[in-house]
Design a protein around this ligand. Structure first.
Ligand code: NCD
Length: 308
């Protein structure tokens, strides 16, 4: 059976193109499984997975938990706000204690860049990064890729725009690594303060004009303004941001061709995206969420230790 070249999914940066292709292929199989009347398969029976969330999450946490349960894994959930982290315990101690209860795999979200990488040097379990600070969110990029392939039939040579707060977005960085690896053309658009300097070195283009970017794009992935990660002002007001960089129906209707609209959620309706766009036929936002479960099932299945 084909297998991944890595033991952990710490970031798209560390995956080969073949790994990504294998995950896409396996996810198609699981997408079919989760659309059956009986959605559960025994693939991960006897595998125990800990979901360690040191930062808030709705979609990603539920998506991982559903994926794990549909594969028949045993699941334990941990969230930092209800744990001994607030009593001063270190990350390594918290995780070592959990792993001594015989956990095979760890899904981890953490507010600090590199936290899952650090852990991977200290523990045996397979680690999946569910978002580390402003660094990477590999499973989101993989579900985004799956959704793009499903919608436009492959990304090679396709024009993908990533719009908004690229500076603070782990979704953006993982998407850039992933799309460039898979041969897509990527353009970033946002106010100059929210686009990191020299980001072109990653193989992407930059345009600060939203209309021109949307005219160019086949697909636009719209990002949330990450207010919680901004300790200085990067733009004068949300109103002004929305005026220059908000994706709204009037703007989309004035373009020559139809752009596929994506958003990783949670959305700030009326800021980076208007409600009539988010809820339109052009948007595949809820398909992204559905595909998230299939893609995460594929990743868990491919990484899981084989017990016999
Ligand atoms: C993203 C995240 O947490 O990085 N959301 C998600 O996982 N679906 C994007 C965001 O917070 O804006």
């Amino acid at each position: 059976m084909a297998s991944l070249s890595t033991k952990h999914i710490l970031g798209i940066k560390y995956l080969k193109k073949e790994d990504i292709e294998l995950i896409m292929e396996t996810a198609s199989y699981f997408k079919e499984v989760i659309n059956r009347p009986i959605k559960k398969v025994p693939s991960l029976r006897d595998i125990t997975i800990a979901n360690l969330f040191f930062e808030n999450s709705t979609r990603t946490r539920i998506s991982f938990e559903l994926a794990e349960k549909r594969l028949s894994a045993d699941v334990v959930n941990f969230s930092a706000s209800a744990s001994s982290v607030s009593k001063g315990e270190t990350l390594l101690d918290t995780v070592r204690n959990i792993l001594s209860m015989k956990v095979d795999m760890v899904v981890m979200r953490h507010p600090l860049q590199g936290a899952p990488f650090f852990l991977s040097n200290h523990i045996d379990a397979n680690i999946i990064n569910a978002g580390d600070g402003t660094h990477e969110h590999p499973t989101q990029a993989l579900l985004d890729l799956y959704s793009m392939i499903e919608k436009v039939g492959g990304v090679e040579g396709k024009k993908i725009a990533i719009i908004g707060d690229v500076r603070h977005s782990r979704v953006a960085l993982s998407n850039i690594f992933c799309l460039v690896k898979m041969g897509a053309r990527v353009k970033l658009c946002g106010p100059p303060t929210l686009i990191p300097k020299n980001i072109q070195s990653l193989g992407v283009e930059v345009d600060h004009d939203l209309r021109r970017t949307l005219e160019w794009a086949d697909v636009a992935n719209v990002l949330r303004i990450q207010m919680e990660r901004q300790n200085i002002r990067y733009f004068p007001s949300l109103r002004e941001y929305s005026l220059y960089y908000g994706v709204n129906k009037k703007l989309l209707d004035s373009l020559d061709s139809e752009v596929v609209i994506m958003h990783p959620g949670p959305m700030n309706r009326g800021v980076e995206i208007s409600s009539d766009v988010a809820d339109s036929q052009q948007s595949i936002i809820l398909h992204q969420v559905e595909n998230g479960v299939a893609v995460r099932m594929a990743i868990l299945f491919l990484l899981a230790p084989h017990k016999s």
